[in-house]
Design a protein around this ligand. Structure first.
Ligand SMILES: [Zn+2]
Ligand SMILES: [Zn+2]
Length: 352
């Protein structure tokens, strides 16, 4: 099983969460011991989701170590866990564990559990060398998918599978879908899922040349730059009455304000991006009624969706755009995410 597990490790730790929050690399962070149903995973890669900026800014209570796109090897098991799990290459996701008993867990949607625990919120996250995970909610990574490619599937990809699954009953097969925030970690995988797997026509909305190129490479029919174009007018020109659905992936308040103006009557708005908790969906109730809009929230996706996504990635249909960086860059990467300067997904290599 390789070298023994140390008692201290390297981790990226958030200190003073709030307006002056910082991320510090700590070389003496304790390694935890797996309890009942738990395993210890020695990580090789972790993606960094833009939602972690919320932890840095102190928008909600997080653990000091965040990160929920970890890929590594199980090196230690707790009570009640089969020895066959040792040595498996696994993914550690946003859903750390669920109750297993509520109506949503019973129907296979543990992502909607009434008593969930989240990685980085209720358990320390994956921006460290060794992470505790619940053996019942791990994802086995198939051979043939490199660790750095699997990482962004675990939150970004799965969340977009969850969001796009909600479109099926709302829009015709070749319907128009706006994805706002199309060039980011979630958005660019969402463009691929919507266009390649579901055959929808995607209007990608984001800003800048690199996000334009990535969105079009991922299969978007059209790209609109929100910084230089009138998004509402362009969407109407392209679609006539407006899009059938809008996936609001961006966490910017402006994206939420714009979304209801981009869709036709009887359309679906899917809330994926996470602005500050004090921000309400900006639309008059009377407009909801008059336009017969449906608003849905998205909280990652099911284990079944995770399986489909891994299969489609192994088959080469879905291709996350990943930039691998060294672990020492984690503080800089948080700064870039905060300033919306990351195209695709940055994944860090965990020191071995
Ligand atoms: Zn995430
Ligand atoms: Zn439950």
């Amino acid at each position: 099983m390789g070298s023994p597990v140390p008692s201290l490790q390297t981790a990226a730790v958030i200190e003073h969460p709030g307006p002056n929050g910082i991320v510090r690399i700590d070389d003496a962070h304790p390694v935890e011991t797996p309890g009942k149903d738990q395993v210890l995973v020695k990580l090789a890669y972790s993606g960094i989701c833009a939602s972690e900026v919320r932890a840095l800014l102190g928008w909600a209570n997080y653990k000091p170590v965040v990160g929920h796109e970890g890929v590594g090897i199980v090196v230690k098991i707790g009570e009640n866990v089969s020895e066959s799990v040792l040595g498996q290459r696994v993914g550690v996701k946003w859903l750390h564990s669920a109750c297993g008993l509520c109506s949503e867990c019973q129907r296979g949607s543990s992502n909607h559990c009434i008593k969930p625990a989240f990685t980085g919120v209720h358990a320390q996250g994956t921006l460290q060398q060794y992470v505790i995970a619940d053996s019942r909610y791990l994802t086995v990574i198939p051979d043939g998918i490199p660790g750095e490619v699997a990482s962004p599937l675990l939150c970004a990809g799965l969340t977009m599978m969850g969001g796009i699954a909600k479109l099926d009953e709302h829009i015709p097969k070749d319907g128009w879908v706006v994805i706002s925030g199309s060039g980011g970690g979630l958005g660019h995988i969402g463009v691929q899922i919507a266009s390649r797997l579901r055959k929808f026509r995607v209007i990608a909305v984001d800003s800048g040349l690199s996000k334009r190129e990535l969105s079009l490479q991922c299969g978007a029919h059209e790209f609109i730059d929100f910084a230089t174009e009138d998004v509402e007018q362009r969407v109407k020109e392209i679609t006539g009455e407006g899009a059938h659905a809008c996936l609001i992936v961006s966490g910017s308040e402006a994206a939420f304000e714009l979304a209801p103006k981009l869709v036709r009557n009887n359309a679906l708005l899917a809330v994926i991006g996470l602005p500050a908790a004090t921000f309400n969906f900006p639309l008059a109730a009377s407009v909801f009624a008059a336009k017969a809009l449906t608003v849905t929230g998205v909280m990652v996706g099911t284990e079944q969706m995770m399986e489909e996504l891994l299969q489609q990635t192994a088959a080469g249909v879905i291709r996350p755009m990943v930039k691998v960086e060294e672990f020492s860059k984690v503080p800089d990467i948080f700064d870039k995410l905060k300033n919306n300067q990351v195209t695709g997904r940055i994944v860090v290599r965990i020191p071995q």
